[in-house]
Design a protein around this ligand. Structure first.
Ligand SMILES: [Zn+2]
Length: 230
């Protein structure tokens, strides 16, 4: 897999070398990008071609995205899988008056006497929120320490549901984090926070921004990809 940067987007592509004369760019219905290149073609040349076709590639991907299946709707029933910190757990309902959620082995156990979809959803959402508050605080403090060398004032973090973003640095100087991020691995949570903290130094997604991000989180592309696959 190779990538090129196009504005704020990354275009990932794979290359197959064939006995042919020109470079062909294909976008498949699963939104993957495949390059067919002559046998002696070097990567720099291919990247140039992909770069030139970036706008077209993104348009194609957007078109195909409409037809991709959405993440399955939750029904909050026994046996369903739910993620927490990058691991999948099987939902189990335990008949007890505790009204709480615990993790045991590979199970996420909801203790309640009311196993309606509405109540189980409520208890789980509340639990995720509480875990998010604790975990985010800890990860955020660690992420901020990496910025010791910069003279920046530590912004407040707030948990906020956002439709399409994991995090955001607001014009009023706060960092917003999507509570859904608690379902991702800790490294992914840390990456989102580092990304937002980088905005305190470089406001826009400029080249300088990405080189700072690279410095603060050298594996960031891996974590970003992991988040996209969630
Ligand atoms: Zn950003």
């Amino acid at each position: 897999m190779h990538t090129i940067q196009y504005g704020t987007k990354q275009i990932r592509f794979s290359i197959t070398n064939r006995k042919r004369k020109s470079i062909a760019v294909e976008v498949h219905p699963d939104t993957s990008v495949q390059i067919k290149a002559p046998l002696d073609c070097d990567l720099e040349n291919i990247k140039k071609v992909v770069s030139k076709r970036s706008k077209w590639i993104i348009t194609q991907q957007k078109f195909f995205e409409q037809f991709l299946p959405e993440t399955p709707k939750r029904e909050y029933v026994v046996g369903e899988t739910h993620s927490y910190l990058g691991r999948k757990y099987i939902l189990k309902i335990s008949d007890s008056a505790d009204n709480k959620v615990t993790i045991k082995g590979g199970y996420l156990v909801v203790h309640t006497q009311n196993n309606t979809e509405e109540n189980v959803k409520h208890l789980l959402t509340e639990w995720y929120y509480k875990r998010a508050t604790k975990v985010f605080e800890k990860v955020y403090n660690e992420a901020f320490q990496k910025f010791n060398q910069y003279n920046i004032v530590k912004p407040e973090i707030q948990i906020k549901r956002m439709k399409k973003r994991w995090g955001s640095y607001t014009s009023s100087g706060n960092i917003l984090i999507n509570p859904e991020l608690i379902k991702a691995a800790t490294v992914c949570i840390e990456y989102v926070m580092i990304h937002e903290l980088c905005h305190l130094i470089e406001r826009n997604h400029s080249k300088k921004f990405y080189s700072l991000l690279e410095k603060m989180a050298p594996d960031w592309q891996r974590w970003k990809l992991k988040l996209e696959k969630m």
